[in-house]
Design a protein around this ligand. Structure first.
Ligand SMILES: [Zn+2]
Length: 402
């Protein structure tokens, strides 16, 4: 309730780190609270990252594991003046948010509410997002840290805590110092439904296509001028529609998605994102796209093009499959918390996918957040408690198995 009242919205337009200075206020607060728990190395660095270490309390040699959450909130809805409200003992009714009567949480649309009967639910007041994404994860890690610090009978190895800014604008790992973090395996707490575990993300590339036309005075252009914008239009019209598009795919299907176009008659640029769960699938989609471009350009022999592929991120499963116990222990912790394990794939990327390829295999654990990035965002306090329990079990399981 306290953390969400600090505005920590990140800014996709900024090229500073953090992208907004206000995020540091929460980082500073968290570092201070960790210090007050007796975690003496807790601190915020110049980029707004918080690092802290719970010392090992076992004689066993246990790998250092990290729990990670992001402190920023999404730019999709306002994060200024968040007023969290607790709705006690939910009874499957509609919840109308008091500051905007058009914002109504209803089980008919938000089916997960039906699983929360009897729970206490937190929402915002109707004019802002709640910021449970990902301050729920932050609060759960803080509570688990407090529990472990005050319950020495729970044996665990070294536990690292990492709070990152700017996850929502794709910069969450930009300034992370892996050496300083000193963890071997990690878990992000940035997932939804209680019991869910995400060990798979998209693999992602970007493609930039630049079409060069031929420009002349339009009055004397017959048989000379080649308009790059018209070629771009032909290429876009040839893209697959009933398949390989985000609007027509789901589950494990990938896509080719034009996200931006900019141009003049002389030169036109189209930016695409390419997504697939299998990294080789990216290459196939890129070849398909380039084939379409070649087909169109055959009709315009004087035009030329550049086709640049940039790697964005890779499916974390490629890394996690090399260390199956990381996911196995998480499943065991969820079961010990009394929940059914739901393994899910993310049709997107997470900080965990980047961290996994930076040497920290890192699946995503549930934190309980629902309807994220919207004014209807909500979370169950009981789900949050389960997430805390899950962290504590996980810390203990790593010690037991070492
Ligand atoms: Zn998040």
């Amino acid at each position: 309730m306290r953390y969400v009242q600090l505005d920590t919205q990140s800014d996709p337009q900024a090229d500073t780190h953090p992208t907004t200075e206000k995020q540091k206020a929460l980082s500073q607060l968290l570092a201070g609270e960790l210090q007050a728990m007796g975690i003496t190395d807790a601190h915020m660095d110049e980029w707004g990252y918080v690092y802290a270490t719970l010392p090992s309390n076992t004689t066993k040699n246990v790998p250092a594991i990290c729990f990670c959450s992001h402190i920023d909130t999404a730019p999709d809805a306002s994060g200024t003046g968040v007023k969290p409200i607790v709705h006690k003992t939910y009874q499957e009714q509609d919840i109308t948010l008091p500051d905007d009567a058009t914002q109504v949480l209803t089980p008919a649309v938000h089916g997960y509410l039906k699983k929360l009967i009897g729970h206490d639910i937190i929402t915002a007041s109707g004019t802002t997002l709640l910021g449970a994404d990902d301050k729920a994860g932050v609060a759960e890690i803080m509570d688990a840290a407090h529990y472990l610090m005050t319950h020495p009978e729970v044996k665990h190895g070294e536990i690292k805590i990492l709070f990152t800014p700017d996850e929502e604008v794709g910069q969450g790992t930009a300034k992370v110092n892996m050496q300083k973090l000193g963890a071997q395996f990690g878990y992000t707490l940035d997932g939804g439904e209680a019991g869910s575990l995400e060990d798979e993300t998209f693999s992602a590339d970007a493609v930039q296509l630049i079409i060069h036309g031929v420009i002349t005075h339009p009055g004397y252009a017959k048989d000379l001028l080649v308009n790059a914008m018209k070629i771009a239009g032909e290429i876009l019209a040839k893209l697959p529609k009933s398949e390989l598009s985000p609007e027509t795919t789901s589950g494990k299907q990938g896509f080719i998605h034009p996200v931006r176009i900019e141009g003049l008659a002389e030169r036109c640029t189209i930016d695409f994102i390419i997504r697939d769960f299998v990294t080789e699938g990216l290459k196939k989609k890129e070849d398909l796209l380039q084939g379409l471009v070649d087909l169109v350009l055959e009709q315009h022999p004087k035009a030329t093009y550049e086709f640049k592929v940039t790697e964005q991120y890779r499916n974390m499963k490629e890394v996690l499959d090399l260390h199956p116990h990381v996911v196995q222990y998480a499943k065991e912790a969820i079961a010990r918390s009394g929940l059914d394990v739901k393994t899910e794939s993310i049709r997107g990327g997470t900080d965990g996918s980047r961290l996994s390829f930076m040497g920290l295999p890192c699946p995503n654990l549930f934190a309980g957040m629902q309807a994220i990035h919207s004014k209807l965002e909500y979370i169950s306090i009981q789900d949050m408690n389960k997430a805390v329990e899950n962290i504590v079990h996980l810390a203990a399981i790593w010690e037991e198995k070492s």
